[in-house]
Design a protein around this ligand. Structure first.
Ligand code: SF4
Length: 370
């Protein structure tokens, strides 16, 4: 069995179960603006909250509203119904209001002993970098108190080195997907990124070594068109698989469970907290960063060009204001650059949407002449 086939899209994976059995602590976070290095430096497992299984959302709906994005309502549902009882605490960020509502209602009901609100600025400026560095110091102190140990600069540097290794390996994996013909599919890449977001960095790096060795000479064939996908935070491996089942290959992405989580997070030496502030705030390709549209679209266009795509899919969950609004400018700019676009608004995880999505992707491939 290959490393990819052994992976699980369960919430509580064997890895997490073993970690807990050994007495390890786990902190849940949702937004890629959360510097996982600080959590790892305390010997705690950073766990990115996912909504695998796409549950019904009665409990989530009771605390949020039907006009909140269903990804957030699904995560809240899982939290409230007990599927996330293996978490020891939560780290909230102000990614968007839906996410904040999810975290605050979750904490209101579950009352974790550890709950930290990391405030992430919405601008990339000198003063906001300074502010974010101070916020990271507060987070370091809170996590250290929770873990019952100091987090030194050396601990932080070691965690930063580990993630440099993870990110370099993820980039190699992405290069295997961008090549013609690709060695790995879009659904496989997303599954790997999701799996890695429930692991300590060093263990994920070792898993990536296995996958890279297995995939180096593999070839994905039979696809008709190469596409880039971008949009809201989503862990829907099955959405990517459904799109690829029509003959499209997701050759590149600008997703949060994807390249936005790690691209260009290299940097200079120096004070580790300042370095983390620069890396995270400086590479947060999300519409929550108010004045950064030009850098975001440049990053998407570079990625699309590197992967030689025939078209782009912009997908966002219903009621996701940030990505819904951004989709309008993105579509115009991509088409101006000669890249045809399909805009796909969808309900997170809705099986009812599957047929419609496949039909629209098939029609898009025809529009591309594929
Ligand atoms: S879409 Fe933006 S706010 Fe949401 S998880 Fe990604 S970076 Fe955070």
């Amino acid at each position: 069995m290959t490393t990819l086939q052994r992976q699980s899209t369960d919430l509580e994976t064997d890895y997490v179960r073993d970690w807990k059995k050994k007495g390890g602590k786990v902190l849940g976070y949702a937004c890629v603006a959360t510097p996982v290095e600080i959590i790892e430096a305390a010997g705690v497992l950073p766990y990115r909250i996912k909504a695998f299984g796409h549950p019904d959302t009665e409990l989530g709906d009771a605390y949020l509203a039907r006009f909140n994005c269903r990804f957030c309502r699904s995560c809240l549902q899982l939290g409230l119904e007990g599927s996330y009882d293996f978490l020891d605490g939560l780290v909230e960020t102000n990614g968007c209001d839906h996410l904040r509502g999810m975290f605050e209602n979750w904490q209101h009901v579950k009352e974790y002993d550890f709950f930290h609100y990391l405030k992430v600025p919405h601008f990339l400026r000198d003063d906001s970098l300074e502010y974010f560095t101070e916020e990271l110091a507060l987070m370091r102190d809170a996590v250290a108190a929770f873990a019952g140990r100091e987090i030194t600069d050396d601990d932080l540097r070691a965690a930063i080195d580990t993630y440099d290794e993870v990110n370099a390996k993820l980039k190699r994996l992405y290069a295997l997907r961008e090549q013609v013909p690709p060695a790995v599919s879009g659904a496989e890449v997303m599954e790997l990124v999701c799996t890695g977001s429930s692991m300590m960095g060093a263990d994920f790096a070792a898993m990536l070594d296995e996958v890279l060795a297995e995939k180096e000479n593999a070839r994905v064939s039979g696809y008709k068109a190469r596409l880039i996908i971008m949009g809201s935070a989503t862990d829907e491996v099955d959405l990517i698989a459904d799109i690829e089942s029509t003959g499209a290959l997701i050759a590149a992405d600008a997703l949060c469970f994807g390249s936005r989580a790690f691209w260009n997070r290299e940097g200079e030496d120096g004070d580790p907290l300042r370095l983390l502030a620069e890396r995270y705030l400086g590479h947060l390709f999300c519409p929550r960063m108010f004045t950064d549209y030009d850098r975001r679209i440049a990053y998407i266009l570079d990625t699309a060009e590197r992967a030689g795509v025939d078209g782009a899919i912009i997908t966002y969950n219903k009621f996701c204001d940030l990505h819904g609004v951004e989709a309008v400018s993105q579509r115009m700019d991509l088409e101006k650059a000669g890249i045809p676009v399909l805009v796909l608004e969808k309900d997170y995880g809705s099986q009812a949407d599957t047929g419609r999505i496949k039909t629209r992707v098939q029609a898009f491939l025809e529009r591309l002449g594929k």
